[in-house]
Ligand binder design. Structure first.
Ligand code: ADE
Length: 255
């Protein structure tokens, strides 16, 4: 997979050189490139923003640097560095625009996006990007404004760190043991069960006895129950669309 990130703070994306994602890049599993939006300006001051039409607080990102940057990264991604247009049969890259006004980014979104050939992240700052950029981009990209949650960040960079990590770890070969992707939170609609390690007794707190029993059927049942209990307590909203048939009998009756 190829990922391009366009930002006025390319240094913000440095953590993507670390840990599993950094290793995936080194191993050639992920071709991730970060671009400075200011490299696509033409004036002496490398201006990327201007005042909003209609008035109001803050500044808005100018459209032309974005069009230049996005055209360049799409051409690079399709192997068409001269920007002469694509060959016709290639899939459009997906343009993800992090924004609190976007659709909610979920584990299902991460799985969907992990199947794409090229993702381009456009990090807005200030009050956002001139809306016409998103309209224009729809001819060249599948455009998806995307929100991490119902709160406001200062810009898209932190959201990109989260989304790239969530997507990147789903790419084949990135997580050493793919089993660990199966039993984690949100993989089956519930939160994950609590986990424990040695010692079995610590500061007067004991690991639940069932986990020491060696009875794998009982352990699986206990874990499933704990998933349900935790989800009901912390995220009851997740239970609305959940198939109760996969739960231990006692938990099923609660539906
Ligand atoms: N940019 C600012 N706030 C955001 C959020 N909640 N999610 C994604 N991008 C953002």
């Amino acid at each position: 997979m190829r990922i391009d990130v366009v930002s006025i703070f390319p240094e913000y994306l440095a953590p993507l050189e670390l840990s599993l994602i950094g290793k995936a890049r080194q191993d050639g599993l992920l071709d991730l490139r970060v671009h400075d939006l200011r490299d696509f300006t033409t004036d002496r001051h490398r201006t990327v923003d201007d005042t909003p039409y209609g008035g109001g607080a803050g500044m808005v990102m100018k459209p032309e640097p974005w069009a230049q940057a996005l055209t360049a990264v799409a051409a690079e991604g399709s192997g068409d560095a001269a920007g002469a247009g694509d060959s016709g049969d290639a899939r459009k890259p997906v343009l993800i625009v992090p924004s609190p006004a976007g659709e909610r980014f979920t584990q299902a979104t991460a799985h969907q996006l992990a199947e794409e050939d090229q993702l381009v992240f456009a990090c807005g700052r200030y009050e956002g990007i001139d809306e016409r950029v998103l309209e224009w981009a729809a001819d060249h990209f599948t455009v998806r404004p995307m929100s991490l949650g119902d709160y406001v960040l200062n810009g898209g960079e932190v959201a990109v760190l989260a989304m790239v990590e969530a997507i990147g770890r789903l790419l084949p070969g990135v997580v050493g043991n793919p089993e660990s992707l199966v039993e984690e939170s949100h993989s089956d609609g519930l939160l994950e069960y609590p986990v424990y390690t040695k010692p079995s007794s610590w500061r007067d707190r004991d690991v639940p006895a069932v986990l020491l029993s060696g009875n794998h059927g009982k352990i699986a049942q206990w874990r499933r129950h704990e998933q349900y209990r935790r989800t009901a307590e912390r995220r009851p909203d997740l239970l609305a669309g959940f198939d109760a048939g996969t739960l231990p009998r006692a938990d099923r009756t609660a539906f």
